[in-house]
Design a protein around this ligand. Structure first.
Ligand code: BES
Ligand code: MN
Ligand code: ZN
Length: 507
């Protein structure tokens, strides 16, 4: 995948030469000022006339291209992108504006562009400039990303590949500040794009074994300690729930452990766990055919763990981190586990299977039990776990549950900073009886009411450390393209993971 290079520089308005200059335009503003006024002078006042005519209103996602009278002067095109009201300008608006600019460049077949970030959100604090630089970098790289490997006809090819996106630091800012932000954002966005690549690849490519190979390869490249357990090793480890889910498929399960030692030797690690169901047919409790193909995305949690470990290692964060991925394919067959079965688990609890489609919590239960050996400082897991979460929160929030309010707030605020927002759901005791079983310790499904919560409750039965569960069923992939994300895989919550770990490492 060719990705554009992001650069940061401070260039005076009269020095700038570019095929496409992107300027944020604000709602309800007249005469351009500052940098924009200087550019306007080079455009013979066209920017001012466009704004005054009302042809461009500055509303979010609005876009208008102008052609300066004399392109030999060095600015071939100016793109005004709506940024909304100046007082409401924030990093979310900035991400969307950058995404919109990348889309316009794509349609016009332009390979290079320069973006003026405009007046920075809350521009008085240095940290906000960093945050804005990261957001712009990430938005450009996320917007440009595409998976074209399996398209073989020229008609599908883009007119040009975006090769460079320049971020123009405002005149009151040091370019160095932006260069650090660009370096950081390039790593986090590429980590998310790795997750998106793994998510997007079809289930016949991305098997549990394939995930294991990709993790091992990444380990060799970055000096991570990677262990991949095959079926025999999973049996020796006693992961009976993972084996039950895998029992219907010819694809062998894998259990992947990635260790990053960036912190003090012996310091308790933070652990990231991701659901790696490489295809979820539902098993014997088979799903309807409609949209079943989307279930190739049922390894999105795993993809985010791999992406996050890559990002964390590249950022060299001073902290110990373990990434864990239980991986299996959920299919019906003569050897498949079935409703009514009672299975064992790594922890030893017995589970009555009432629905083989509630498989994610089973493989996660074994993983959450396995990681007890690390005496982790905190564990965050991500899983496309329930359709109920999609019903509850739609596609705009990750469902967040846990056993430690401080940790839940930490994760929620990390998500808010990177635009991967979470919303809490309660794991009250009153919900637990829905999992009561007549024959075993618990059932693997608790019926329709509060389906996301009972799934969370199931996981809670297997943890004995500070823990957060993220249900990403509604956010890991999307039907509707957003300005900086195409339709399909989003990489959620890769950037949340990295940001949470970064903040932990700093604390
Ligand atoms: N992978 C699905 C959840 C899912 C559904 C993710 C829609 C993304 C979009 C999960 O394994 C599942 O099938 N869950 C069941 C649980 C039920 C049987 C208790 C569900 O949500 O229907
Ligand atoms: Mn399922
Ligand atoms: Zn599933």
């Amino acid at each position: 995948m060719a990705e554009p290079t992001i650069t940061a520089a401070r260039i005076a308005a009269d020095q700038l030469a570019t095929p496409l200059l992107v300027l944020p335009g604000f709602e309800g503003e007249g005469e351009p000022t500052g940098f924009v006024a200087a550019i306007d002078a080079r455009c013979g006042g066209a920017l001012g006339r466009v704004v005054q005519s009302g042809d461009f209103g500055g509303r979010p996602e609005e876009a208008l291209v102008l052609y300066p009278a004399d392109p030999r002067e060095g600015i071939q095109r100016v793109l005004l992108v709506g940024a909304g009201k100046r007082a409401e300008y924030n990093v979310t608006r900035l991400r969307r504006a950058v995404g919109t600019a990348v889309r316009v460049a794509e349609r016009m077949g332009i390979a290079e562009l320069d973006i003026s970030l405009g007046p920075l959100p809350r521009a008085s604090e240095a940290e906000d400039a960093f945050e804005a630089g990261v957001a712009a970098t990430e938005a450009a790289l996320l917007a440009a990303w595409d998976f074209r490997e399996l398209k073989s006809t020229a008609a599908d090819a883009p007119r040009a590949t975006l090769t460079r996106v320049g971020l123009l630091a405002p005149e009151d800012r040091e370019a160095g500040e932006f260069q650090r932000a660009v370096a950081h954002g390039s790593i986090t966005a590429r980590a998310a794009n790795l997750a998106r690549e793994l998510q997007t690849r079809p289930g016949n490519q991305v098997t549990p074994a394939y995930l294991g190979e990709r993790a091992a390869e990444m380990g060799r490249e970055l000096g991570l300690e990677v262990t991949v357990l095959d079926r025999a090793a999973i049996e020796r480890e006693g992961m009976k729930a993972l084996l039950a889910v895998a029992s219907g498929s010819a694809q062998e399960p894998r259990f992947i452990v990635i260790e990053y030692h960036g912190g003090t030797v012996g310091a308790a690690p933070v652990v990231l766990v991701g659901k790696g169901v490489t295809f979820d047919s539902g098993g014997i409790s088979i799903k309807p055919a409609e949209r079943m193909e989307d279930m190739k995305y049922d390894m999105s949690g795993a993809a985010a763990v791999l992406g996050a470990l890559r990002g964390i290692a590249e950022l060299r964060l001073p902290i110990n981190v373990v990434g864990v991925v239980p991986a299996a394919e959920n299919l019906p067959s003569g050897t498949a586990y079935k409703p009514g079965d009672v299975i064992g688990s790594h922890l030893g609890k017995h589970i009555e299977i009432v629905n083989t489609d509630a498989e994610g919590r089973l493989i996660l239960a074994d993983a959450l039990s396995y990681v007890r050996r690390y005496h982790p400082a905190a564990v965050v897991n991500a899983a496309t776990l329930t359709g109920a979460c999609v019903i509850a929160l739609g596609h705009h929030a990750i469902g967040l549950m846990g056993n430690d309010t401080g940790l839940m707030e930490e994760v929620q605020s990390a998500g808010a900073r990177v635009g991967e927002r979470c919303w809490p759901m309660p794991l009250w005791d009153e919900y637990r009886p829905q999992l009561d079983s007549n024959v075993a310790d618990l059932k693997n499904a608790g019926g329709r009411p509060a389906g996301a919560i009972t799934a969370g409750w199931f996981l809670k039965e297997f943890v004995d450390y500070p823990w957060v569960h993220l249900d990403i069923a509604g956010t890991a992939y999307t039907d509707e393209a957003a300005p900086y994300l195409r339709k399909g895989a989003t990489g959620v919550p890769t950037r949340l993971f990295i940001e949470w770990v970064r903040a932990r490492a700093e604390a």
